[in-house]
Design a protein around this ligand. Structure first.
Ligand code: PEP
Ligand code: MG
Length: 324
């Protein structure tokens, strides 16, 4: 029997057989936090900080950023908060940075590529984050990592900023450091990456676009943008297995994490944390409360072995959920 949504607001997320997962919210401002909590968020799985850079006509200062991160962490209390370093560029231009015009912005100078090139901007953000960590349960993650070298360089810059904050006797909390998995190269080498981070978070919005070579915003190729394509499901499984072999949690913060037809499969694959727009949290908690682990593992295994069609996958999910 499904519990009413209101009843589920302050509940943990448990399947019918008692397996626990965490449902978190995607936010893009500290103003979104109250709404997320009201909708039952157990954490923030993705704070898209690029909006701090896009909403003004100059770079946000360390102090301005610190206040915003601190506000989010304070409001969330002991709940986990994952803040992503700026994913500037691509579909999120920041005019005052005067980046050169690019033929293929999604394949260009963006996200961690820009952060590693503009270390001044990156260090300011990391320092604000490290200082804010004293006020809650913070994880930091890097967007658009494509190579191990980028991950190591980003972590090295972070470690340097952490050491400086410690030298200055400024308080900070325990911080976890992770990466987004949204470039196919990091799926193929997921075992190598998983050994060097505290968690991974799958960004399906970009991962699907790069895997299918189909622009996520182009309606003419929307038929190729297929979350249920077995190639995508297998990639998610590869990442989940790599994380679990390394004893770290695997999260998802792309749109797929809040998709009611995808959740049964993701649950069967063993995702630990789902981050989605706040409105999807209670319906997702309600859905998960009806799921049986064994059945979902069997469902996931079937869909992973299908031959390329999404419709077969969707049919099997519906049959599994509704035909008893
Ligand atoms: C993603 O790519 O799935 C993601 C969560 O990041 P964004 O949508 O901000 O690119
Ligand atoms: Mg992305």
């Amino acid at each position: 029997e499904k519990a009413s949504l209101d009843e589920l607001t302050s509940k943990k997320t448990l399947s019918n057989d008692g397996k626990k997962t965490l449902l978190a919210a995607n936010i893009s401002s500290d103003n979104d936090v109250d709404f997320a909590i009201k909708h039952g968020a157990e954490g923030v799985g993705l704070f898209r900080t690029e909006f701090l850079y896009m909403s003004t006509n100059k770079l946000p200062t360390e102090e301005e950023q610190f206040e915003i991160y601190k506000n989010v962490l304070n409001k969330m209390g002991s709940r986990p908060v994952t803040i992503r370093t700026a994913d500037i560029g691509g579909d999120k231009p920041v005019p005052y940075l005067k980046a050169p015009k690019q033929e293929n912005p999604f394949l260009g100078y963006r996200a961690i590529r820009l952060s590693l090139d503009r270390e001044d901007i990156f260090r300011t953000q990391l320092r604000a984050l490290i200082r804010a960590s004293a006020f809650g349960n913070l994880s930091i993650m890097f967007p658009m990592i494509a190579t191990l070298d980028e991950l190591r360089r980003a972590k090295a810059v972070y470690e340097e900023e952490l050491a400086k904050v410690e030298d200055e006797d400024i308080p900070h909390g325990e911080i976890k450091v992770g990466m987004m998995v949204e470039v196919p190269s990091t799926v193929v080498l997921a075992d190598q990456f998983a050994a060097e981070v505290d968690f991974m978070s799958i960004g399906t919005n970009d991962l699907i676009q790069y895997t299918m070579a189909a622009d996520r915003g182009n309606e003419k190729v929307a038929n190729l943008y297929q979350p249920y394509n077995p190639s995508i499901l297998r990639m998610i499984k590869m990442v989940a297995d790599a994380c679990h072999s390394n004893n770290i949690p695997v999260c998802m913060c792309g749109e797929m994490a809040g998709d009611q037809l995808a959740i049964p499969i993701l649950f069967g694959i063993g995702l630990d944390e789902y981050s989605m727009s706040a409105r999807q949290i209670l319906p997702s908690r309600s859905l998960i409360s009806t799921l049986e682990s064994d059945k979902m593992v069997a469902l996931a295994n079937r869909t992973l072995s299908f031959y390329s069609t999404s419709s077969e996958v969707i049919y099997d999910v519906k049959r599994t959920l509704y035909d008893d």
